[in-house]
Design a protein around this ligand. Sequence first.
Ligand code: BTN
Length: 320
Amino acid sequence: MPLHVLKLLSADEFRSGEEISRVLAVSRASVHNAVARAREMGVDIQAVTGRGYRLARHYDWLDDPALAREVARLGYALEVLDEVDSTNTRLLARVPSGGEHRAVLAAEMQTGGRGRRGRTWHSRLGGGLTFSVLWRFQRPLTALSGLSLAVGLALARALAMHGGRDVRLKWPNDVLLEGGKAAGILIETQGDVLNGATAVIGIGVNVRDSRELREQVDQAMAALMPGMDGELARGRVLLDILSAMDDILSRFDVEGFAPFREEWQDRMAWRGEEVSVEYTNQTRLIGVLAGVDPSGLLLLRTPEGLMPVHSGEVSLRRRP
Ligand code: BTN
């Protein structure tokens, strides 16, 4: 509901509560409540008696027919939901019932955004991109190793087009901008060892920075734009990511991760530095980040030799 109301508001002129309630065929009280909830979510709405409501800044909502057309030109089908628990959860539920290859489900708001290792993915309304892409591969589940790295590379290529800042990949697939995490990837797969696998590739990107988001996130973070007022349209970033994914995933399906290894390593964060690989069972492995192998495994140089590390349930920490 708040989004229906918000989408009727503009940053250029006031719109009265009465007019909004008439257009949406809801009570004035519902409009009032929607405005209150939107404010709770961090949206700055000005209210002036006798004139109505106005947004303090412009919002580039994603349910834009022009954006959907451009996405379609890239060979994807875009669906935008105002509010959903998690785009990954929703798209995953469609896999067995014929969810289409290259379906893209984006949400303006996620109430249960999920990250890797059971974490929560936070985003601010209008400040980021939260979407999932359904990809039906020819190759089986057992041949998807390196997929999350390949997707990370697509994100890095796309983000590097904006802002000209140093974009790095933290194994397995965090995208860092000048050291802070700007985007994350959560891949969930279905399939068996014989047939082509299906992946739901969930992507969260911090497009606009905000103090509120920094307060929610418990690690160093970054965003493409310094504040909520940046000119860069989220739709533009979405298109650039989908275009880079098209190039990379089409080739990945035929050749796997190997052809991307060198470019990935060129963008690798902390290469040559000492790190610790932390496992969920509290054990850890310490060594120097040597690179990745042709299937995307992390290569750690330890006193015992070069150790390959699987991504699964591990996280990487830089040693002080
Ligand atoms: C991570 O870095 O831990 C992965 C974050 C992935 C977040 C995205 S947002 C869209 C999609 N839906 C989810 O619930 N998660 C992914």
